[in-house]
Unconditional design. Structure first.
Length: 343
């Protein structure tokens, strides 16, 4: 199972509140910190997103909650992926960026554009890569709604696909879908996505080669680091849970809808353990904060999920053969020596 950026729930707090729901309570029940909502640098599991959307729809009695939330989002939730796409030469090039780099936003999803038997048309498929996901009709309608808004950003606000394919039965009046997507809806389909005109794919965009190269260069480094195994998703989740003091095996396993023993077995198959992952993330964060910031040691201990500063000190001696203060001082001296060295 995989994670997704916090921007996937941009607008959730406002939409839930407008419908009379207690948004923070819904988020906490799914294991999501309200502060992570709308934050591109934050991650939570895709399953947690599914849970909170389904809960919001049920709590508010709003079967179209996913489509409503999509109206509050756009290409900006994709961060650098969206910038790389909108600075290409054509719409087809932009969609290829999404095909190649959407994993930087979430490795749980992908899109693929394929030609249809009619050479004047193509199908843009949205696909969820999680095996055996829980029911996720709200997440699917949110994703299709956002995908349409991205297409309208590229092709103009009046753009309409030829058809929208939805993998479940309608959650409300069929006419609502016709109004929402401005095209013929087809339900209970084997694939989710849109039928597009090939001529739309060929339409030019306002290219910015410099910005595009910069974003693609950055995304290449992100994708190179992107660990699509379970251990990679666990690392991202641990990074988010550490400051809460809840980065336990039980809590993490629950986020992935796994029994703790099952999670341990799957991590063992990837030649690691949960304890090793937590220790590795803590060491990485400690090295960064000690080397590059003036964060106090008490604050650092909290950020790493330690109950006492003495535990941080023992960990640093194990990692770096010295305490945290000595490690920071040594790096400051080395940096100062580099700055004053004659050229």
């Amino acid at each position: 199972m995989s994670v997704i950026r916090g921007t996937c729930l941009t607008g959730f707090m406002e939409e839930a509140a407008a419908l009379g729901a207690d948004a923070p309570t819904l988020l906490h029940a799914a294991g999501i910190r309200p502060s992570d909502v709308g934050n591109f640098e934050s991650f939570f599991t895709y399953v947690a997103m599914i849970q909170v959307l389904e809960a919001a729809a049920q709590t508010t009695g709003t079967p179209d909650f996913g489509r409503r939330l999509a109206r509050r989002q756009g290409i900006e939730i994709l961060g650098p992926v969206g910038v790389a796409a909108r600075t290409t030469r054509t719409v087809a090039d932009a969609l290829r960026v999404f095909e190649n780099y959407l994993a930087a936003y979430s490795p749980a999803i992908t899109i693929e554009v394929t030609p249809l038997p009619n050479p004047d048309t193509a199908f843009m498929e949205f696909r969820l890569l999680i095996p055996d996901p829980p029911p996720h009709r709200q997440a699917m309608e949110l994703s299709l709604g956002v995908a349409l808004r991205v297409l309208r950003f590229l092709l103009g606000s009046t753009f309409s696909p030829l058809t929208v394919h939805i993998p479940h039965e309608p959650l409300g009046p069929r006419d609502d879908y016709l109004t929402e997507f401005s095209c013929t809806p087809r339900f209970s389909q084997p694939k989710a996505g849109f039928t597009l005109q090939a001529s739309d794919l060929a339409r030019p965009l306002v290219a910015d080669e410099t910005a595009h190269r910069a974003m693609v260069g950055y995304l290449d480094t992100v994708i190179d680091r992107q660990d699509r195994r379970l251990s990679g998703s666990v690392r991202e989740l641990v990074r988010q849970l550490l400051p809460t003091g809840r980065a336990t095996l039980a809590v993490t396993a629950r986020q992935f809808h796994l029994h703790p023993k099952t999670l341990q077995r799957r991590l063992a198959a990837e030649h690691t353990t949960y304890a090793d992952i937590v220790d590795s993330v803590r060491r990485e964060l400690a090295e960064h904060w000690l080397r590059d910031t003036d964060m106090t040691l008490i604050h650092l201990a909290h950020e790493l999920g330690y109950s006492e500063q003495s535990v941080l000190t023992r960990s640093c001696r194990r990692w770096f053969d010295c305490g945290p203060a000595q490690f920071r001082a040594a790096h400051r001296r080395a940096a100062h020596a580099t700055q004053v060295a004659p050229g």
